[in-house]
Design a protein around this ligand. Structure first.
Ligand code: SAH
Ligand code: DHB
Ligand code: MG
Length: 223
């Protein structure tokens, strides 16, 4: 099993099931041209995000980590009329590219992009009275994943979905002695979720064109 094979199968799956979309393709092209790292979700994961929004009937979405807005556009396209996304990004350069990508995709009106460190912005969003969010996608600095998860629960309701990207990291997540802050943050996330009575959660390992990684999905419980 090789990364080339995972990538070839991702191409096969994407060709078969994911309609090509000029705005999404252009978003990736301009992100690359602007020098943004190619760490956006894959097309098949973007489609999964879209399906999850539609399956849950979500109207209010929170995303932590915008980059060039590729995943945001997938999420935006899933919203019903009146739906809305707040997406948080710390890097002004990333936010500029995302705004242009949103405009071209015609989704500017449903997206509220907040520039700043997410841990500074989240209290403001709460103070402004936004939420509860129906779907929350956490995909920013992995060091702060436990803090983001705590905020996600705070800004949720029973039935809300919380999705966390990059929770396997080539299997490094099982290294209890890792000195990598990203791994430590993700391990703290698992510890927190394992003790958290307010959610029901699982994690799935994935391979594909972005290598070997995984996602965690949690549903906020009733009561
Ligand atoms: N969700 C995007 C990819 C996000 S990459 C997609 O799939 O298309 C992670 C992003 O999180 C980067 O743009 C990075 O600048 C941003 N980020 C990192 N630390 C952050 C912080 N503390 N607050 C907000 N955004 C942050
Ligand atoms: C990285 C971040 C991501 O969100 C991702 O999906 C892949 C890689 C990174 O920082 O290396
Ligand atoms: Mg990610």
């Amino acid at each position: 099993m090789s990364e080339e094979l995972w990538t070839a199968v991702d191409c096969y799956v994407t060709d078969a099931l994911i309609a090509s979309d000029a705005d999404l393709a252009a978003a990736l092209r301009d992100s690359a041209a602007a020098g943004l790292p190619a760490i956006n979700v894959t097309p098949n994961f973007g489609k999964l995000l879209q399906l999850l929004v539609r399956i849950t009937g979500a109207r209010n979405v929170l995303e932590i980590g915008t980059l060039g807005g590729y995943s945001t556009i997938w999420l935006a396209r899933a919203l019903p009329p009146g739906g809305r996304i707040i997406t948080l990004e710390a890097e002004p350069r990333h936010a500029d590219v995302a705004r242009a990508n949103f405009a071209r995709a015609g989704v500017t009106g449903v997206i509220d992009l907040r520039l700043g460190r997410a841990l500074d912005t989240l209290p403001k969003i709460a103070a402004e009275g936004w939420g509860p969010f129906d779907v929350i996608f956490i995909d920013a600095d992995k060091e702060n994943n436990p803090e983001y998860f705590t905020w996600a629960i705070k800004l949720s309701r029973p039935g809300s979905l919380i999705i966390v990207d990059n929770v396997v990291r080539k299997g490094k997540v099982i290294d209890a002695g890792s000195t990598d802050p990203m791994i430590q943050g993700t391990r703290r996330l698992y510890e927190m979720v394992s003790r958290e009575k307010r959610v029901s959660a699982t994690a799935i390992q994935t391979v594909g064109s972005k290598g070997y990684d995984g996602i965690l999905i949690a549903r906020v419980n009733e009561g």
